[in-house]
Design a protein around this ligand. Sequence first.
Ligand code: DGY
Length: 325
Amino acid sequence: MKPKVFITRAIPEAGLDLLRPIAEIEVWEDELPPPRESLLQKVKGVDGLLTLLTDKIDSQVMDAAGATLKVISQMAVGYDNIDVAAATARKIPVGHTPGVLTETTADFTWALLMSAARRIVESDNYTRDGKWKTWMPTLLLGPDVYGATLGIIGLGRIGQAVAKRAKGFDMRVIYRSAHRHPEIEKSLGVEYVPLDSLYAESDFISIHTPLNDSTYHLINDSALAKMKPGAILINTARGGVIDPDALHRALRDKKIAYAALDVTEPEPIPLESPLLTLDNIIIAPHIASASIQTRNKMATMAAENLIAGLKGEKLPHCVNPQVYR
Ligand code: DGY
C-alpha cells in the first residue's frame, strides 16, 4: 500500500509528478488554505504532510495526524508557521527549500528597492490617470540608488545575494546579522556595524532575517526614529519583523521616506489597514520567490524531502536534524 500524503494546496506539477508514483496524494484544491477544522480532519492517518507558509502546523495538527506521521515538508525556506520543537519531540523531521529561491528573492528585493527609489508605481499611476502633460524638472523625483548606503539586516543567503547586486551599483553595504561573517565581509566588501549605526547611516534598509522571538517587531517606533528621514525600508523576509502601526506612523509623519514590502503582518494585509492609505509605500502579495523556474524547484525540493521522509531516509534539507541523533 502506498503511503498517504496530504498537500495543503495545489503546488507546481513538477512536485506532484515526483510524488504520484510513490504516494497516494490528496491535494487541497481551493485557492485559500484549508480552514483549521478541515486541516485537522484531512491530516488524520497520513504518513506525510506537504505544507505552505500559510498553514499553522502545531502539536494539535501533529496529534490529529497521529502516529503514522513520518515527515512534514514545507514548500518554503521559512518555517516559522511550524512548531519545529513539537515535531522534534515526536521525532518527525521537517523539510524546507533553502537555496533555490535565493537569487529570485534577491532579484525581487532589488525590484522593490528600485521601484521605491524611482517611484515606478506612482509614475505608472500618474500616466494612467492622465496627469502626464509635459516634461517637468521636478516631477517624481527620488534618491539615487548608485553610490548610496545599503543596510542589510540578516546576511544569510538572500542578504548576501542582495549585497552582490548592491556592489554592481557601487553602493556602500553595511550589515547586521545574528552572526558575523568575516570571510563574506572580505569577499563582498561589506561592513559589520552595530544595528543603531545601520539605522543611522543607511539610505536603504533591507530585511533578510528569519522571524523569531528576537526579530519580532525589531523595526518598531524606536528603530524607525533612528533612521534617516530619506530612508527607504524594504522587507522581503517576514511581515512580523516590522510593527505595522509604527511603520504607518513613520511613513505618515515622513520620519522615513518610503517602504516597499513583499510581506506584511498579518497576511494578507487587511484592506482597512492605514498603510494602504499612504502613497509612500508599495505592497506586493508575498511574491518574491514567484518565478516560474523557482517555484518549480521549490515544489521539486519539497517533494524530494517528503519522499525521503516517507522512505525513512534523511531529508536532503532538514531543519531539525537532531531527530536523527
Ligand atoms: C519562503 O520560502 O520562506 C518565502 O517566504 C516564500 O518563498
